[in-house]
Ligand binder design. Structure first.
Ligand code: WT7
Length: 651
């Protein structure tokens, strides 16, 4: 595993000297070439956000109070009313852009659909009428469990149109994860599909939705889009085909104005306990934040740009930068159903070429995978339409940044490394591509309107060097709470440091004031840009009848950033092999949480007070020599684990 040592780039950051100012060519047509937005926001951030809200968003009623801040609860644009789906659809059609393409959609097998703003408005309106017909009312929660097909965006926007908060669950999550979220949200309806395409095959979704219905009691209807063509079981009365419900339904469904603080969606994300948190996002502030950041971070020129964010709608990135931000800005996008290596490793570059993608937004883990596949793959296609590249989800190592810059961007495209979280709703720390000189591996500076500071353990501000990342001012896209768990909201984000939002990330400020994100400082792993809690995987392992105890760590991985390593003690007399336990976790949580390795061990390294020493387990997983073990209850266990890890490294 020695080859993993230099791959995070974290060590290399200290010496990174390269700088990339925006090119003259880029600056010539950029929205913001200077510091004016920073200066305006620094004068008065509330007034700055109010200007964005009134310029970028259509309001049915003006707000009376820009910000009502009673830490940790914010109300933005109180008194204002608006409809998110009106902002994403109707206003563009009314402005004469109904024929403009909203989505160039491409299915994994190669089927294509072109969807204009008018098409999308009609289909969303119809589906909103369908939902009403099924008894969905303002405030009712709707689960969405779908592949990357246009109907996923239609479902989200239809919910927004009638004020029914959606909760999208990534299609890779298991029926158990879906059931937990249904229960927590007390959802009435699931919108799903028979299946979708992935790696050349159909993966079924409907059976997991069926199982989730059996495990829960609140679901009244299941709406099923036909996509995979796979056989499905059917519960008459409960299950409905999407295309049958839509047949002949009116395309007239006026968008009802919602209060600015009306719940737009819940999105569940992992925390440091076994139970995922239902992150709450509301209407006016969220839409303002994502519209503003999508416009300025991506330097959007809606007449010419073709934007492609490769995320799945099941994650916040898909919510904010496939559905709400880009559609609110009226831009043309690419949406792709499948994996990047089907049928060949050049699939994404073929798509960039085919649709003339100008702005490409992806995750560092994907970039490292493209690096592994080699420059020949992108070189098979004309990528000259690209003018701006973005990354999100985890720290990007300078080596991957340079490859992205040189091989994909041909040295002509600025890179925006965007730091944010499910909780922040939209991008918080990022270059403005026409104004900021970038450094490979640094997310640079907080955006205009955003205030961030690093602090040490005692909450002292750290002006230069390493510290904990905190946000010091409320922002419009911020989470409004954790669904039905105000204490956890207070405790998780607002308790560690007084008057500050604690993000859970470590970071470093260099001598020039650039921010370098260094990864999570809590028990949260980041695997391929997906957030997975160590505790959640441990609970999944312990739920197996053969497992007595489990400890899980995220160990550095060259491609996925971190990989899940598990150490498991079996119950007396019980038997289970590594493969069984890996599959068990996939079944409990979903394939994304499947451990890379499960080591079965007679014991775990613990302190004398019984705390599992995760740091030591990480050292073992990463093949490092471990130092001081004098606080260990039984130091010999470490030798044993190390020899197991060493043996597996030779496999
Ligand atoms: C965590 C949030 C934001 C959408 C995708 C993930 C890490 C995110 C960056 C970045 C370094 C990053 C942080 C953060 N992260 N972007 N540009 N550089 N780290 O959303 O699942 O809510 O995870 O992802 O650790 O806390 P999420």
């Amino acid at each position: 595993m020695a080859e993993h040592e230099h791959t995070t780039g974290i060590e290399a950051l200290a010496n990174e000297q390269r700088t990339f100012p925006p090119t003259e060519q880029f600056k010539a047509s950029t929205l913001v070439a200077g510091t004016q937005l920073y200066e305006e926001a620094a004068q008065n951030d509330e007034a700055f956000w109010a200007r964005q809200a009134s310029e970028l968003v259509h309001w049915d009623t003006e707000w009376h109070t820009t910000l009502d801040w009673q830490l940790p609860y914010a109300k933005w644009f109180d008194g204002g009313t608006l409809n998110v789906s009106y902002n994403c659809l109707d206003r563009h059609v009314l402005a004469g852009n109904g024929d403009k393409v909203a989505f160039h959609w491409e299915g994994e097998p190669g089927d294509k659909r072109t969807i204009t703003y008018q098409d999308l408005l009609d289909e969303v309106s119809q589906f909103a009428n369908v939902l009403k017909g099924l008894g969905v009312e303002k405030g009712d929660r709707v689960m969405i469990y779908m592949p990357m097909i246009p109907e996923a965006a239609v479902a989200m926007l239809a919910c927004a149109r009638i004020g029914a908060p959606h909760s999208v669950v990534f299609g890779g999550f298991s029926s158990q994860s879906l059931a937990d979220r249904i229960d927590d949200a007390e959802a009435k309806i699931i919108i799903t599909a028979d299946g979708g395409y992935r790696r050349g095959e159909v993966f079924a979704l409907k059976p997991a939705a069926d199982e989730a219905c059996e495990k829960t009691s609140s679901i009244e209807h299941v709406v099923v889009v036909k996509r995979g063509g796979n056989d499905v079981e059917w519960a008459d009365g409960r299950d409905h085909w999407y295309h049958e419900l839509m047949d002949g339904v009116s395309t007239d469904c006026p968008a009802e104005p919602m209060e600015a603080e009306h719940l737009l969606f819940l999105l569940y994300t992992s925390g440091t306990t076994g139970k995922p948190k239902g992150i709450m996002h509301t209407t006016g502030g969220y839409l303002t934040h994502v519209t503003y950041t999508h416009k300025y971070v991506f330097d959007l020129q809606p007449e010419n740009d073709v934007f492609w964010c490769t995320a799945d709608v099941g994650w916040i990135t898909g919510h904010s930068y496939i559905v709400y931000g880009p559609l609110s800005n009226g831009c043309t996008q690419v949406m792709y159903e499948g994996v990047p290596n089907h049928p060949g490793n050049d699939r994404l570059w073929e798509i960039v070429d085919e649709y003339g993608v100008t702005i490409f937004y992806t995750a560092p883990t994907a970039i490292r995978t493209f690096m592994k596949w080699g420059a020949d793959e992108p070189d098979k296609h004309d990528l000259s339409s690209l003018r701006l590249l973005g990354t999100v989800g985890e720290p990007i190592n300078p080596e991957a940044w340079m490859w992205y810059h040189d091989v994909i961007g041909k040295g002509n495209c600025p890179i925006v490394d965007t730091w944010w979280q499910t909780e922040t709703g939209g991008i918080m720390i990022s270059p403005l591509p026409g104004a900021t000189t970038t450094k490979p591996g640094s997310a640079t500076f907080p955006l205009p309107g955003v205030s961030a500071e690093l602090v040490d353990d005692e909450a002292n501000v750290v002006p230069v060097g390493g510290g904990y990342l905190t946000l010091t001012r409320p922002w419009p896209g911020m989470l409004r709470g954790i669904w039905r768990d105000p204490e956890r909201y207070q405790e998780t984000y607002w308790s560690r440091f007084p008057d500050r939002y604690f993000a859970g990330d470590g970071a470093k400020l260099d001598d020039d004031g650039y921010l370098w994100l260094l990864g999570r400082v809590d028990d949260v792993m980041n695997v391929s840009g997906h957030r997975i809690s160590t505790t959640e995987v441990e609970s999944a392992l312990v739920s197996h009848p053969s497992v007595a105890e489990a400890a899980v760590v995220g160990a550095t991985d060259a491609t996925t950033g971190q990989a899940v390593f598990a150490y498991v003690i079996l119950r007396g007399g019980a038997d289970a092999d590594e493969q069984t336990l890996r599959n068990h976790v996939a079944g409990e949580i979903g394939a994304i949480a499947k451990p890379k390795r499960v080591f079965i061990t007679p014991d775990l390294p613990k302190t004398r007070s019984g705390k599992i020493m995760r740091r030591l387990l990480r050292d073992v997983a990463e093949g490092r020599n471990i130092g001081d073990t004098t606080t260990l209850a039984d130091a010999s266990i470490v030798d044993e684990l190390q020899s197991k890890a060493a043996a597996s490294a030779d496999d």
